[in-house]
Design a protein around this ligand. Structure first.
Ligand code: NAD
Ligand code: DAU
Length: 352
């Protein structure tokens, strides 16, 4: 048995593949374009593992995807590939439309052709699992109930609009063609291999580098944080037992304001890697101009996933952050490698 995983060299995709192969003997075919966010090194520990085949390529390349499907005959395709950073989507939305909308469309077309030619049993057993986000639901007032799967789509950024479009395509391929799809809509992840353009790894990296910790606006925007390995376990569970055509919200039951998150990381670093001058990393916090159209609050109601499939996160925010900070302290070389010239250019453009 084989699964095809797209976006496997990115943050969540690489955690998923590593966890999968730690637990299963089922072969993984990895497809990743290796954009700035994709890092082959994340999967280096699998280089001599016969159960893993890495292919550099684009989900929008129908010929390549079709030939991989024919060659490896996967029983499932899991689509993690995307442009994923909201701030980059604001400065340059085009790549988001190309990969998240057009790329997903081409991927679906290749999968539809492959799936349509399977025998009846393999057709019934096949799954296309689309990894999506809570941002498709838009923003919440502070007192409003958390997003359920029934919440209307109201995406506010080019990123979330492109993800919403991809979700709609996936849904339509089930409704129209009967493709056996599953969609997960997850809240903010954090953990190992998180590219340091996102809040948590950026704060850890900048703190240790003696640089400013940029907080957008008043820092009171709320996100619902989930340790990445809990997201991966939820995806495995949905793949295993999710009802075809359904969507599942995945969240950590961990709503925190950004400033609270940054304070917590600073306090953890103060204990684990104290500054030479004895001052707190909190001294490095700097309030900067807000993100345009910044969503105020996301919160996921993951009741359905718990009730129907028995999934709950294993980590609390405190245990997850402790593991994450420890991983970054132990993997400074990984951070140095990804913090290339292009990364520095991004920082100076975004935080000028
Ligand atoms: P990421 O940016 O770290 O990784 C994305 C990966 O996709 C990279 O390896 C990149 O090279 C690859 N990729 C980009 N365009 C591609 C293309 N056209 N063809 C093939 N590969 C391509 O993103 P992530 O944080 O790991 O997110 C993975 C998925 O999970 C995305 O779909 C994202 O929308 C979703 N998601 C992320 C979060 C989060 O907090 N990070 C939360 C919920 C959902
Ligand atoms: O909710 C799920 C989404 O979470 C995923 O779909 C996205 O792919 C992922 O990037 C993430 O989006 P956010 O925009 O919420 O994550 P980010 O880490 O960029 O920002 C988290 C919060 O921190 C947000 O309110 C913006 C704020 N922030 C971010 C950065 C990078 C800052 O205050 N300063 C910063 O420098």
């Amino acid at each position: 048995m084989t699964i095809l995983v797209t976006g496997s060299a990115g943050f969540i995709g690489s955690n998923f593949v590593l966890d999968w192969l730690a637990d299963h003997d089922e072969t993984v075919v990895s497809l990743d374009k290796l954009t700035y966010a994709g890092n082959r090194e994340n999967l280096a520990s699998l280089d001599s593992d016969a159960r893993h085949h890495f292919v550099k390529g684009d989900i929008g390349d129908t010929r390549l995807v079709s030939s991989l499907l024919e060659q490896h005959r996967p029983r499932a395709v899991l689509n993690f590939a995307a442009e994923s950073h909201v701030d980059r989507s604001i400065l340059g939305p085009e790549d988001f439309i190309q990969t998240n909308v057009v790329g997903t469309f081409h991927l679906l077309e290749a999968v539809r052709a492959y799936w349509g030619a399977l025998d009846e049993q393999s057709k019934a057993d096949f799954r296309f699992l689309h990894v999506s986000t809570d941002e498709v639901y838009g923003t919440l007032e502070v007192q409003a109930p958390a997003f359920t799967e029934e919440h209307p789509y109201q995406p506010n950024s080019p990123y979330s609009a492109s993800k919403a479009a991809s979700d709609h395509l996936v849904r339509a391929y089930h409704h129209t063609y009967g493709l056996p799809v599953l969609t997960t809509n997850c809240s903010n992840n954090y953990g190992p291999y998180h590219f340091p353009e996102k809040l948590i790894p950026l704060v850890i990296r900048n703190a240790l580098a003696g640089e400013a910790l940029p907080i957008y606006g008043d820092g009171q925007q709320i996100r619902d944080w989930l340790y990445v390995k809990d997201h991966c376990s939820a995806i495995r569970r949905v793949l295993e037992a999710g009802q075809v055509g359904e969507t599942y919200n995945v969240g950590g039951w961990n709503e925190k304001a950004n400033l609270e998150v940054v304070h917590y990381i600073c306090d953890t670093l103060d204990r684990e890697a104290p500054r030479a001058d004895g001052l707190s990393y909190r001294e490095q916090i700097s309030f900067v101009k807000d993100r345009p159209g910044h969503d105020r609050r996301y919160a996921i109601d993951a009741t359905r996933l718990e009730r129907e499939l028995g999934w709950r996160p294993a980590e609390t925010f405190e245990t997850g952050i402790a593991k994450t900070v420890r991983w970054y302290l132990d993997n400074q070389a990984w951070v140095e490698n990804v913090a290339s010239g292009a990364y520095r250019e991004w920082l100076s453009q975004q935080y000028a």
